[in-house]
Design a protein around this ligand. Structure first.
Ligand code: SF4
Ligand code: SF4
Length: 490
């Protein structure tokens, strides 16, 4: 029996309230403004600045937890959508997003650029750059959605959104219909079309109005083109809940589901298509999995020795250049080589006769959970270690604003949990991710070649790859990691 978050007392009615998203967005906008103002004009020592602490320590920690226990809750509260709404009012925003960009390739490139810039320019230690990044984000959402129809920015551009879409494939909740029968009988399909005034009272509620029959738009339908009846899981879903408000039959909820199931199922998904026919999506999944490990690698001491070695080999001391090479090799070349090898072997042992790309596009989704486990381990580490920095930082702010009751800031507050818990907690999430990856690899193989020994053989190379990644993750977690966003360790 699926549970429905919208039926939970207090929380359900709040989320079902038409203005809940706006309230959450305005709260997040306040946080974003604090980050921008402090980043631009506050002290430039990261742990003493909201821009050095809130996005890199707290926000990432909360995002990881939200994806783990629910789903894509950050996109629900995303403040970047407020200027986007303004842009939709000011401009017509009626151009179609270019057909050749209706994939994840652009977003993958932007994610790579973002992760590289994060390391190359130490964004985590530069409140000023963090503030500019947030401003650039607001501007990009405003311009793109002011020009183009629907939620083009979320679906095709936003790197943060892609991170949430991919990792939420393993989340335990999704926005979904409560009853297929109700959708089957539905004539208006407001969840995708939107709800309009019906000035001439034409066939009220029994058929969809044609464009020329529609009055004022009362409620958006899904701007990411996810038609509820055939929507399949969390890919591309921003949890905006427009479909919940648009459905005249109260047939959409936030429902529980077996986590990660959508990784091994391959229906024709509304607005997404089949996963097995989306090499761009598979590439994004592979990239994000690899990035989980490379991102953590950027914070452990052995990275410096490797950077030095690459610098000597290239005859350069430019860190951005060296890191660019490191990221290209670590997130694109090596993963492509490993996934290509696994695909070749699985195609060989299962006799599928598919090419490497076709085979990889079927199985690569199995790696998402182990990558997700690594992201959680990494982000939780920073959150658990540096989470309390917000206390002295707030005290200092209040004192600055003239509130003497705030007391004297104590910058030496320890981690949120005892030190001895940190490593076991990190390892727990990493290994949980591995376990799910192994299950997913096997289920995909069963789908592709049927149950039995053949499925075990086809899944084996992908399982081995997931195990290799998890061993790399254990090694990374055992290294001393930089304590970013806190005074502990500088
Ligand atoms: S979700 Fe609601 S509006 Fe959409 S098809 Fe189903 S019943 Fe109709
Ligand atoms: S309207 Fe679309 S993106 Fe928003 S919650 Fe519904 S399905 Fe997801």
């Amino acid at each position: 029996m699926r549970q429905d978050l919208l039926k939970v007392p207090v929380l359900g009615p709040f989320l079902g309230w038409r203005h809940a998203r706006t309230v959450l967005q305005v709260l997040m906008l306040g946080v974003a403004l604090l980050v921008i103002l402090d980043g631009l004009w506050g002290p430039q020592l990261a742990p003493k600045n909201m821009a050095g602490v809130l996005p890199w320590v707290h926000w990432r920690g909360f995002v990881a937890l939200a994806l783990l226990v629910a789903g894509n809750l950050f996109c629900l509260a995303c403040p970047f959508m407020l200027p986007r709404r303004l842009a939709k009012r000011l401009f017509r925003g009626d151009r179609h997003w270019p057909r050749y960009l209706r994939t994840k390739w652009l977003a993958l490139f932007l994610l790579l650029l973002f992760l590289w810039a994060y390391e190359a320019y130490d964004l985590w230690s530069s409140p000023l750059l963090t503030a500019w990044l947030a401003l650039a984000y607001f501007a990009a959402a405003f311009v793109i959605d002011g020009f183009f129809r629907g939620a083009a920015f979320c679906k095709h551009v936003c790197p943060i959104g892609q991170f949430h879409f991919v990792n939420s494939l393993a989340s335990p909740m999704e926005v979904a219909i409560r009853s297929a029968d109700v959708c089957g009988d539905c004539r208006t399909r407001d969840c995708i079309v939107g709800r309009y005034e019906n000035p001439r009272g034409l066939d009220a509620g029994t058929k969809a109005l044609r464009p020329h029959e529609r009055g004022k738009l009362l409620q958006n339908g899904c701007e990411l083109w996810l038609y509820q009846e055939t929507k399949g899981g969390n890919m591309d879903c921003t949890f905006c809940l427009e479909c919940v408000h648009a459905c005249p039959h109260d047939n959409v909820g936030i429902l529980t589901r077996p986590p990660a199931r959508e990784l091994w199922e391959d229906p024709q998904r509304a607005g997404v298509g089949r996963f097995t026919q989306r090499p761009d999506l598979a590439a994004l999944a592979l990239f994000l999995t690899a990035a989980a490990f490379i991102n953590a690698f950027g914070m452990v001491t052995p990275v410096y020795a490797l950077e030095e070695w690459i610098g000597r080999a290239l005859g350069t001391s430019s860190e951005p250049l060296i890191l660019a090479l490191l990221f290209l090799i670590g997130t694109l070349a090596i993963p492509a080589l490993l996934a290509g090898t696994a695909a070749k072997v699985s195609a060989g042992v299962s006799g599928s006769g598919r090419g490497v790309v076709q085979e990889a596009t079927r199985y690569v989704y199995a790696l998402i959970p182990v990558g997700f486990g690594m992201w959680i381990a990494h982000y939780l580490f920073h959150f658990l270690v540096g989470g309390l920095t917000i206390v002295p930082l707030t005290q200092e702010y209040l004192t600055f604003l003239g509130f003497s009751f705030a007391g004297t800031p104590d910058w030496a507050l320890g981690p949120l949990v005892p030190d001895a818990w940190l490593l076991p907690v990190e390892l727990l999430f990493l290994e949980l991710g591995l376990l799910v990856s192994l299950v997913v690899a096997h289920r995909i193989a069963v789908r592709e070649v049927g149950p039995g020994p053949k499925a075990m053989k086809a899944a084996a190379p992908w399982g081995l790859l997931a195990i290799t990644l998890s061993i790399a993750g254990v090694w990374l977690l055992l290294q001393p990691m930089e304590m970013r966003g806190t005074f502990m360790g500088g």
